[in-house]
Ligand binder design. Structure first.
Ligand SMILES: NC(=O)c1ccc[n+]([C@@H]2O[C@H](COP(=O)([O-])OP(=O)(O)OC[C@H]3O[C@@H](n4cnc5c(N)ncnc54)[C@H](OP(=O)(O)O)[C@@H]3O)[C@@H](O)[C@H]2O)c1
Length: 252
């Protein structure tokens, strides 16, 4: 579980532990990870290891083999994400590069290293948490939306390549979800949102039927409108209006 300490990651960990899977939980902050791990062990009787790790670190490809040595990783859930909300040019370049590192480089590195082991064994799964935002350009979230498009298209390619090697690949395109990270992003308006547990249940049920799933009926309708029905320019403008309504502070 990459990005496991709270929100959707914690909900994935709970659901997988409930199915009897042993877990390796990764995130930057140690305390929430160890607290979650203790709860999972107590509730489900599974083995849970934790490691405080920044998935943006440049030597990620060297760290992961050491962390997973001796483990047979059967499923990778790549959940962690970074975002840079606001006008593209007003946010520092470093924030956009962080988005690239966590949301694109991270799943590529882990997908390659762990996917290779799974393909050798002839079984496994890669589940990438993407977003509805990855369906089109999204002003005020340009780098985040582009990174989520990367995850979707990466999962689609790998789904076709790896299914012949026994590895299921899925990108889960969620809409607004009630997580601490979403609340911390400072939305200024109410939007329809899903509970993390509902997103996780749909995503896990869709694993093996990839390449992508949109979770939630309302989100499926929105995805159909935005990527199939509306002209692309109009879809982008609507996303801009919706995102600014959510995050723009009047008068600034
Ligand atoms: N919430 C939504 O509304 C929504 C909607 C659509 C898609 N999604 C997608 O769903 C996924 C989960 O979202 P979320 O809202 O639960 O929050 P999130 O901000 O992606 O955080 C989830 C977990 O990732 C860890 N994390 C973040 N950056 C990390 C890094 N650099 N290295 C290691 N771990 C890191 C966090 O713990 P630490 O802070 O301790 O590292 C946390 O445990 C993301 O991929 C997001 O794009 C979310």
């Amino acid at each position: 579980m990459a990005g496991a300490s709270e929100g959707l990651g914690a909900a994935f960990a709970e659901a997988l532990a409930g199915r009897g899977l042993h877990l390796l939980l990764l995130a930057r902050r140690e305390e929430p990870l160890t607290r979650l791990a203790a709860g999972l062990r107590a509730r489900h009787g599974v083995e849970v290891r934790t490691a405080a790790l920044d998935l943006a670190r440049p030597d990620l490809a060297e760290v992961i083999p050491a962390l997973t040595a001796g483990l047979e990783v059967g499923l990778l859930v790549y959940d962690a994400a970074a975002s840079a909300i606001g006008p593209f040019l007003d946010r520092p370049l470093s924030a956009h590069l962080q988005v690239l590192d966590v949301n694109c480089r991270g799943p590529l590195v882990l997908g390659h290293l762990l996917g290779a082991q799974m393909a050798r064994r002839g079984r496994g799964g890669l589940l990438l948490m993407a977003s509805l935002a990855g369906g089109q350009g999204n002003p005020w979230l340009a780098s985040y939306a582009a990174s989520k498009a990367f995850e979707i298209v990466l999962a689609e390619g790998l789904w076709a390549e790896l299914r012949t090697r026994g590895v299921d690949v899925l990108a889960c395109r969620a809409g607004a979800t009630r997580t601490p990270a979403f609340a911390a992003s400072g939305p200024r308006a109410e939007v329809p949102s899903m509970a993390p547990e509902a997103v996780v249940a749909e995503a896990l049920a869709a694993l093996g039927r990839g390449p992508t799933i949109v979770t939630g009926r309302l989100n499926r309708l929105a995805a159909f409108l935005f990527t199939r029905l509306l002209p692309r320019r109009l879809a982008i403008r609507i996303m801009e209006r919706a995102t600014r309504r959510l995050y723009e502070v009047p008068g600034r």
